[in-house]
Design a protein. Sequence first.
Length: 252
Amino acid sequence: MTVLLLHGLGSDRQYMLDVFGPVLAKLAPGERVIAPDARAHGASPLVGAPSDFTLDGMARELEASLGTAHDDPLTVVGVSMGAALALRMALAGRIRIDRALFVRPSFTHRSMPENLRAFPVIGQLLHDVGPVEGQVLFRETPAYRSAVDASPLGGAGLLAQFRYPLAVDRAVRLVEVPRNRAFESEAELASLGARMPTAVIGAPRDPVHPFPVAEQWAGALGSPLTRLPARDDGQAAQLTALRAAFGTWLAA
């Protein structure tokens, strides 16, 4: 078994290894684990033009980075943007994916859904005024106030985008990636669910990853849905529940 871990917008491969690595080490010792950095994330040297940030284009790049690893059947785990990338890979069928786990999906069949509209605001502020003044100005926006009212930790997560390495140089990712659709229709999801085992994990009170989006994915895919504790009720409890759900799914 080869496990492919795909991170979210603004995150990186290390996050995926930190979250899922301990479970993989226990349940799948010796199995191959691949956790690439997407364009303009982590150690990737690539940034590029706005047109380089389509989900399909980024998915192709990640597939190419696998080398001969894609000759093996893959178990794919994606978080947020990573869930959308995993979905696009599975729908395209260019590499063999045996099963997929979609964690806290945030993209839908709509471009720029309400839950992702804060990211282009952050990206534009980074470009226009930089991370320090940008963070101050962002705190005054309706996008931030709405997020922090729903979840203080969700609001803190948005502010963290101003502090990530190379945030200004990579601001284009925050402007362009949310324009993507993860799927065209729920029928597209249903067709995938009929072809391979899938599962979805979500959490309530998450302004960027609304639980109704997880419900939409799971319902259309016909897959099981795990509901985690809300992050604001305890990050440690959510992480423990996520690892437990992942371990159960991996061992099935």
